[in-house]
Design a protein around this ligand. Structure first.
Ligand SMILES: O=C(O)CCC(=O)C(=O)O
Ligand SMILES: [Fe+2]
Length: 214
């Protein structure tokens, strides 16, 4: 009997509880220290090394079957991550993501079964026009997550590259501007919030992904 109780023991996680509360109330959550400065530096170095080895490709519009490169809409380069790869850093990254997904499933019955994440680089001068993440005929996307890997000295006014979330209000909408500070993670409802990336005036680095159902 003792064993059974031990298995059922549930430990409340204040950070994840905050994320859930935010999403329920405002459809998005901003967590400033989801990743430590050390983790961010390692992930950034790894991203840049893969980029220099030329593993990235021009991001496309639409799903992988319908790849149409439209520079006027988005200018980033991406590299999909692989949870089953030998890359220890990526494994650590997914441990943390899985921890959150499991917590959401346990406490909110979110039914998250799949996930997909990619590294992204926005070269200087690039952007991603206003869009909804489920436009890519993928309504399984439940939550979008963006993890910023920029240099610590990112200056909002000078470096640009803000994420803008368009929040529906009673009489229209409100634009929420979010600076891509390193270590910051933004989580939002994929099917609800349109958003855009403003032009980056300096190379802008991130990992973006989706927690998916079914
Ligand atoms: O990098 C960001 O802030 C958002 C990226 C985005 O909207 C996307 O990749 O769909
Ligand atoms: Fe998006």
């Amino acid at each position: 009997m003792v064993e059974l109780f031990e298995q059922l023991e549930f430990k409340e996680n204040p950070l994840f509880e905050k994320v859930i509360e935010d999403i329920l109330i405002q459809k998005y959550s901003i967590v400033d220290d989801f990743f430590s400065p050390g983790d961010v530096a390692q992930l950034r170095d790894s991203l840049l090394a893969k980029y220099e080895e030329d593993h990235f490709k021009k991001a496309a519009i639409g799903n992988r079957v319908n790849e149409l490169i439209i520079k006027a809409i988005r200018g980033d380069f991406i590299l999909w991550m692989d949870e089953s790869s030998n890359d220890v850093l990526e494994q650590q990254f997914f441990l943390k993501i899985n921890e959150l997904a499991n917590y959401l499933n346990k406490t909110c019955f979110m039914g998250i079964l799949f996930k997909e994440f990619h590294y992204a680089i926005y070269p200087e001068g690039t952007f991603y026009k206003r869009h909804l993440d489920t436009f890519q005929n993928d309504d399984r996307r439940k939550l979008s997550m963006v993890c910023y890997l920029n240099e610590p000295d990112w200056i909002p006014e000078k470096d640009g590259g803000e994420l803008v979330l368009y929040l529906p209000t009673e009489h229209g909408e409100e634009a929420k501007h979010i600076t891509p500070f390193p270590g910051r993670v933004v989580i939002f409802e994929s099917q609800e919030l349109e958003h855009e990336v403003k032009p980056a005036h300096r190379e802008r680095l991130s990992i973006t992904g989706w927690l998916k159902t079914r």
